[in-house]
Design a protein around this ligand. Structure first.
Ligand code: NAG
Ligand code: NAG
Ligand code: NAG
Ligand code: NAG
Ligand code: NAG
Ligand code: NAG
Length: 927
């Protein structure tokens, strides 16, 4: 028995009128079958074929071992979901409808044995009038049957149609199954460089039979848009202006003449009615009713992201009322009052005068206030969305917030996030940069495809627009910097056509889906891009992209940076200079504890075939194993990184050695990301005025070598701890030029007001002795402005007597206030620098000691003999927990108390007994 996501079950339809009859199709009385394969098993709705086959033990765990490849026969087959006879249908309704919130993807639907319709878009809602079919069904069983075609087959069929579009080689990044760009289905279902390819088919969202009387309607979707009077998309919002609340209901059925909308806005506990009334003269079409009202600015409290203020929320209830004052439908949405915009305006004279480089801005402003976005990229948390529970998302969001993150970019080639995900983000204050599901490919633009996308985009924009955590709509992933750039390079003669097609879809179809439904949300066609060149809301095409039309010396847009040559670690001149960083990274191995959940004991070797096959980074989409260990693959890159920078693990026990190698890849990953986070944070105070750092990627979809900072079950890699540390409000960090020996240190702050403090510098050897170096600064007092950075050290390492035995500890202590708080507090941060890689460092045994106090529920770690780098508390399988701090450094004699948070525990608390401690020193030890 599988646990269905509670939110799927709860997302029921609202109904009020007596004769209205809604029969939910959610439940376990379904059958999944494939006649050709002679399979027929009990099934559920919502579900996926692989999950029902797994539940019925026709197949093993899809995520285990090489099942990603072994289960491809499921991908190439058709699967039929058949209901039990549907009970409770009335024979005298004036109309009967089937309503599907999501079918993945190509279906042929029949009811009472009669064909109803076919569908071809995972992301659309579908509703069909089956009144006539029900009438002629008479006393027969009312059976609904949904045949799902093979999306992989159908994608190939569409691609092979005569005259179908093709693209220059290399433009479309295709993974395990090709031609995904012809199909409106989660693009990563076809494989991605961090995940498996299951191309799953099934009714993945709830469904209903809806029966209506005369003059009755069913609201199937709704929109609430809250913005400041006079606000326009993508432009700074006029703070202090009244709020406009626009509400719109999408319905089917027959709406009686003269219907209107009333509303009630209540506090989050429903105890106070903030405002109530009519939504004015409504605009009514055959499918929507729209009205609006205004509220004085001070009628409500603002919603703020985490760390910037309170997450004030309200309930907005909208009633659709007939001329005779009968309530026809009621919709309640939980809303927040905030403005969030992506400011891409040209840098103004005032900003130039502050030292900001010319060009255009590219940053977010919440309630008129620019802020530094700290976060990561969110990928689909499971290959099968029906398994994604609110608890899973809530834990992930708590993990992100515990990591000092305030924004996630919900990457654009998964699925549109469910409402419960935005609800949790609204409550926790996590901003969700959202995207339409297009990425790493150019897309066809034939009329039927565009019409299909238009329906999808309109539905999704309206469904989630009311959530205050919704931050942005972006068209697709890496469209301009990768796909178009590659096309321009490899096929310049085709480029004008491909660029025009790109604009047809991303500016001609997706932009109007946002601007036509919402005034509150900004849009950009591509993440990453150089932003817009012109923005004019009264022009037929409001946005014209800049592309590469850049002025020398000016700074534009976002950066996206990958470099798998590990020699670039810490080489800041190789890092991109932009206004915002939305992707950067390097992959690492998950822990031994995680590996053991999904692969066999015999495969626990760094380059075992199973692990090579699960590293989807760079091997082309084939199973040619001889190619996998060559220099372009992920395993090779991780190995290179360790050889260049870290002591090489060489343990006698093969599992211990495997585990040490996994761990070493995590150390390099943490080093690579922190050096970039530090660089982007310093950029807040440099002319490029960088105001964001979102690394790739927050979490894993399975157990595999990937860019994730959080493993599939929720265990933190070293990266997540390291990013937490560099996402503290005030940090100090070293910046080093290995060639010249020029070493500087900067303090960066993302507070909104200035902070004062002292930076201290201590030179040490690995034994922990303080070194007295000529002309070195011991401490510096400084002031750092809000969203700014300041240099606190400048020196050269050229005269160090023994660079391999030299460490600089940098510390900062500063007084400042968090955003929207007038309370002064102390912010502390430390960082450690070595002029050479740790592979050549004169490491000694730091004499780590670990103890645990039952009373304070704290671990205490002490370095008794020397400096300990990358101190790592490890814990056994059976629990998921995270320490308050991990992967840190300790000076000799330094003692650190470390608390922890338990996410799940099947060991009845005994996991604490298995906690161990190690540092970089242990990496080289034989055992
Ligand atoms: C498989 O499904 C597709 C799409 O629904 C349909 O066109 C095709 O006829 C089906 N094939 C079989 C053998 O049922
Ligand atoms: C407030 O009322 C709305 C609409 O009836 C309901 O959905 C919500 O759960 C209620 N919230 C609380 C905290 O009672
Ligand atoms: C109704 O439509 C008219 C014309 O399109 C528009 O001017 C007006 O603002 C709309 N009213 C509402 C409440 O949407
Ligand atoms: C409907 O309700 C409104 C407000 O309560 C009232 O002014 C109006 O007279 C009512 N109309 C009818 C037809 O009862
Ligand atoms: C396309 O390539 C040309 C030639 O290198 C370059 O000048 C132009 O800026 C490129 N256009 C885009 C949109 O990248
Ligand atoms: C490039 O941008 C400038 C404004 O900065 C504009 O005048 C010019 O028309 C643009 N060129 C193209 C090819 O769009």
């Amino acid at each position: 028995m599988r646990v269905l996501s509670k939110a799927f079950l709860l997302s029921c339809l609202t109904s009020l009128v007596s004769s209205q009859n809604i029969v939910s199709l959610v439940g376990s009385d379904w059958t999944l079958s494939n006649d050709a394969l002679n399979i027929s098993v009990p099934a559920e709705l919502p579900s996926y074929a692989q999950l029902d086959l797994y539940a019925d033990q026709v197949i093993g765990d899809p995520l285990y071992g090489r099942n990603n490849f072994n289960l491809r026969w499921i991908v190439w087959s058709n699967w039929t979901y058949t209901s039990a006879p549907i009970q409770g249908l009335s024979s005298n309704a004036s109309s009967t409808w089937l309503l599907f919130n999501g079918l993945d993807t190509f279906t042929s639907i029949s009811f009472c044995g009669e064909h109803v319709a076919s569908t071809n878009n995972q992301f659309r809602q579908y509703w069909f009038d089956v009144s006539d079919i029900l009438r002629s069904c008479g006393s027969q069983d009312k059976i609904l049957s949904i045949n799902f075609g093979s999306a992989a087959n159908i994608a190939n069929d569409i691609a092979n149609e005569p005259g179908q579009e093709t693209w220059p080689d290399g433009v479309n990044q295709l993974y395990q199954f090709v031609n995904r760009n012809f199909v409106r289905k989660e693009q990563s279902d076809f494989g991605w460089d961090w995940g498996p390819a299951f191309v799953p088919a099934g009714p993945w969202q709830p469904a209903w039979v809806v029966q209506l009387g005369q003059n009755e309607v069913q609201v199937r979707n709704s929109l609430v848009d809250i913005y400041r009077q006079g606000q326009l998309n993508n432009l700074p919002a006029p703070q202090g202006q009244p709020w406009v609340v626009n509400a719109s209901l999408d319905y089917f059925g027959s709406l009686p003449q003269g219907a209107s909308l009333t509303y009630k806005l209540t506090s989050r506990d429903n105890e106070t009615t903030v405002s109530t009334g009519s939504l004015g003269d409504v605009n009514t079409t055959a499918s929507t009713v729209t009205g609006s009202t205004t509220l004085p600015s001070d009628a409500v409290e603002l919603w703020w992201p985490v760390g910037m203020g309170d997450q004030n929320l309200y309930y907005m209830t909208v009633d659709l009322v007939s001329a005779a004052n009968q309530t026809l439908a009621t919709v309640t949405k939980r809303v927040g009052f905030r403005t969030i915009i992506l400011n891409g305006n040209p840098v103004s004279d005032e900003e130039l005068a502050l030292g900001i480089a010319p060009g255009n801005n590219w940053h977010f402003e919440v309630n008129g206030q620019p802020f530094f976005a700290k976060g990561s990229n969110f990928i689909p948390p499971d290959a099968f969305w029906t398994r994604v529970t609110p608890k899973r998302i809530s834990d992930l969001f708590d993990t992100a917030i515990a990591g000092n993150q305030n924004m996630l970019r919900v990457w654009s080639s998964g699925a549109y996030a469910p409402d419960f995900m935005y609800d949790l983000a609204d409550e926790k204050g996590l901003l969700l940069w959202s995207e339409f599901e297009f990425g790493c490919s150019l897309y066809p633009v034939y009329q039927e495809f565009l019409d299909n996308v238009r329906e999808e985009a309109g539905y999704q924009v309206r469904r989630v627009n009311h959530h205050p955590s919704l931050t942005l709509w972006a068209g697709g992933n890496e469209m301009e910097n990768l796909e178009l750039a590659t096309a321009n390079e490899t096929a310049p003669e085709e480029f004008p056509r491909l660029q025009a097609e790109y604009e047809t879809l991303f500016l001609g179809v997706l932009l109007p889906a946002v601007y036509g439904n919402s005034r509150s949300i900004s849009y950009q066609p591509s993440s990453t891009s150089n932003g817009w060149l012109y923005l004019n809301h009264s022009a037929p095409m409001p946005m014209i992209q800049r592309y590469n039309n850049k002025t020398e010396g000016a700074v534009y847009g976002e950066s996206d940076y990958y470099n798998y040559n590990p020699s670039f670690l810490g080489n800041t001149s190789s890092y991109p200079v932009a206004r915002f960083s939305n992707e950067f990274g390097f992959h690492s191995m998950p822990s031994l504890q995680s590996w053991r959940q999904q692969i066999a004991e015999r495969d626990l070797q760094f380059n075992s075939t199973t692990i090579l096959l699960r590293n989807q980074h760079n091997p082309p989409g084939n199973l040619n194993i001889t190619n996998l260990a060559n220099s372009s693959t992920g395993q090779y890159q991780m190995t290179e990184a360790i050889m260049q920078w870290l002591p090489i693990p060489n343990k006698t026990d093969s599992v211990a050695n495997f585990s040490a190698w996994c761990h070493a890849t995590q150390i390099f990953q943490a080093q690579f990301y922190t050096s970039q986070i530090e660089f982007y944070r310093r950029g807040a105070g440099l002319p490029n005025r960088n105001l964001g750092s979102l690394y790739w990627q927050l979490e894993d979809i399975w157990v595999a070598p990937t860019w994730a900072g959080v493993e599939y079950d929720g265990r933190w890699k070293m990266l997540h701890y390291a990013a937490k540390d560099r996402y503290e409000p005030i940090i100090i960090a070293p910046y080093y030029n290995r060639t010249t020996g020029n070493l500087t240190a900067w303090v960066s702050s993302d507070l909104w007001t200035s902070a004062q403090g002292t930076a201290t510098f201590t030179w040490l050897d690995w034994a922990g002795n303080e070194l007295t170096l000529p002309n070195t600064t011991k401490s510096v007092d400084f002031t750092v402005g809000g969203l700014n950075s300041t240099q606190v050290l400048q020196t050269f390492t050229t005269s160090l007597p023994d660079p391999n035995n030299t460490i600089l500890k940098l510390s900062v202590s500063a007084q400042g206030s968090l955003p929207n708080s007038n309370q002064t507090q102390t912010f502390k941060h430390s960082n450690w620098f070595t002029p050479t890689g740790l592979n050549t460092a004169k490491l000694g045994d730091p004499g780590l000691e670990l103890s645990y106090s039952e009373v304070s529920r704290n671990f205490t770690v002490t370095a008794t003999q020397g400096v300990a780098a990358y101190v790592w508390l490890d814990y056994p399988s059976g629990a998921v927990a995270h320490f308050d701090d991990n992967g840190f450094w300790l000076g000799r004699g330094e003692r650190r108390e470390v608390g922890y948070t338990v996410v799940s525990d099947a060991t009845s608390g005994r996991w604490v007994e298995g906690v161990t401690v190690q540092s970089i020193w242990n990496q080289t030890l034989a055992m």
